[in-house]
Design a protein around this ligand. Structure first.
Ligand code: ZN
Length: 479
């Protein structure tokens, strides 16, 4: 097979000046995608009619190269198709205890089938299993996205989520970080169900000294500015950025801090209406600039926000994806559903108003130079936020919020790779990078929802065409 035929005149000219060579020996590739439109997520430019070759799990050749001939074990017709880097979901969970390990493992198929080739696990109680899956994936015996993991979350005494490392004193923080380093986790995730402001900031400071990345929620008894200045690398969800957008942040923070000594401690959800009412564009700009200056990323998780805000009015009984969610995981969905049903109509209306406000922050963060990371928060307990599909929904919402499709794709590719410190190896389509790719039947830059139109997913150089992905899904379908 030929990449290109040299124009006859040019060949003749080459002969005359003595450049003629014998035909080069056939180069052998594992996979070649022909005549494909390659999407550059860095520039938002599309290069038409490209040939992309893959060998040993890496991209080894790109472009309309006048290659004399090559052989490929597998050739994909890229005509009318768009190639982009495999997507990253920067906020997922594997959890629910060992009895749910197999059910969690099945969600790896859902990620892959929806074009997600890398996920970042944001803490749970299945860390040893996650390392087991990673080994199986690396050995080629398990199909699924690459997984970065925080291991267990750090939280305070009596933490909500099982498996959390509970810290109160700086010495306990140090011990918790020791144990995470021993586990060789990829970063540190801090949760805020019970952690004190002091222990929270101590975790960030100590992790920073050890060169460990920190991300998380945040107790409302501290300010995001303090956390950012101390070295917080990413803030999950927009509740914490939003608090810093209040013109009365300091007095609201003091109110929370003082309440902790009383019998009625104030938590995040009680404070949100006051934060909402004191939103200040000037305060917002200040925190955005600070985050940009300190390279603190934001993970908006808009899709779960919308799903949970509309939990009561949207009937999920007939969602087709439920067929692929293990019944034991579906059973965990009832918790959030029950609490949503207990909410007053006024509280529900406020939540929806809040979600709209959160969406308005996204383009402002982007303009200010804050890195946006696309994350779905899918996993057990997060009702009807389906692995894979919810990241696609996240991209659609990021564009609805005001990002360009290119910026949304960056949030789900290169930004994740840079955040995890592996942009040299992955996150864009370039020679030498991992062959983690997504082949679409329509241009995602003209309509971001086209990320749902999957012709094939390439993971570690292995091609899964749409029928194969359907087969993998059938294998995990509930009986
Ligand atoms: Zn989460």
């Amino acid at each position: 097979m030929k990449f290109y035929r040299l124009p006859l005149a040019l060949s003749a000219a080459a002969l005359l000046v003595g450049f003629a060579r014998r035909p080069a020996p056939a180069v052998s590739y594992d996979v070649v995608i022909n005549h494909v439109s390659v999407v550059d997520v860095l520039t938002g430019k599309v290069s038409a009619d490209q040939t992309v070759a893959v060998a040993h799990g890496k991209i080894v050749q790109i472009g309309p190269v006048a290659q004399a001939r090559y052989t490929a074990r597998q050739t994909l017709d890229g005509r009318g198709r768009y190639l982009l880097p495999g997507l990253w979901d920067m906020h997922v969970h594997f959890r629910g205890g060992d009895s749910l390990a197999a059910a969690n493992k099945k969600s790896l198929t859902l990620y892959l089938a929806h074009g997600i080739t890398t996920v970042r696990d944001c803490g749970g109680d299945l860390t040893p299993r996650i390392f087991e899956w990673r080994r199986e994936e690396a050995a080629g015996t398990l199909a699924g996205p690459r997984i970065f993991t925080s291991g267990p979350k750090i939280d305070g005494p009596g933490a909500t989520w099982p498996g959390s490392l509970e810290v109160e004193t700086p010495a306990q923080v140090s011990k918790a970080l020791d144990s995470l380093q021993k586990l060789r986790v990829d970063y540190v995730k801090i949760y805020d169900s019970k952690i004190s402001g002091e222990a929270y900031l101590s975790t960030i400071v100590q992790a920073e000294k050890r060169g460990m990345k920190t991300t998380g929620h945040m107790p409302y008894s501290v300010t995001l500015g303090e956390a950012v200045t101390d070295g917080l690398d990413a803030t999950e969800h927009l509740y914490y950025v939003f608090k810093a957008c209040s013109g009365k942040e300091d007095s609201l923070t003091a109110l929370v801090r003082n309440s902790l000594k009383t019998s009625k401690p104030l938590g995040l959800f009680v404070m949100l209406p006051a934060v909402y009412d004191t939103y200040s564009p000037a305060a917002a700009q200040r925190i955005f600039r600070l985050m940009a200056a300190h390279h603190t990323a934001a993970v908006p998780t808009l899709a779960i926000g919308k799903t949970l805000a509309e939990l009561v009015e949207n009937d999920h009984a007939h969602d087709t994806l439920r067929a692929y969610i293990d019944p034991r995981i579906q059973a965990t969905y009832t918790r959030r559903l029950a609490s949503a049903r207990q909410q007053s109509a006024a509280a529900r209306a406020f939540t929806q108003k809040l979600e709209a406000k959160f969406m308005s922050l996204v383009p402002q963060l982007q303009v200010a130079g804050v890195t946006i990371l696309a994350g779905s928060d899918s996993g057990p307990f997060n009702s009807f936020v389906y692995p894979g599909a919810s990241l696609q929904d996240e991209l659609v919402l990021l564009v609805q919020a005001g990002l360009t499709p290119t910026q949304a794709l960056q949030a789900a590719t290169i930004n994740g790779a840079r955040f995890m410190g592996v942009a040299g190896r992955t996150g864009t389509i370039a020679v030498g990078k991992d062959a983690d790719l997504l082949l679409l039947t329509a241009n995602p830059l003209s309509n971001i929802a086209n990320v749902k139109k999957i012709a094939a997913v390439v993971s570690r150089g292995k091609v899964y065409q749409a029928p194969e992905l359907a087969g993998l899904l059938r294998a995990i379908k509930n009986k």
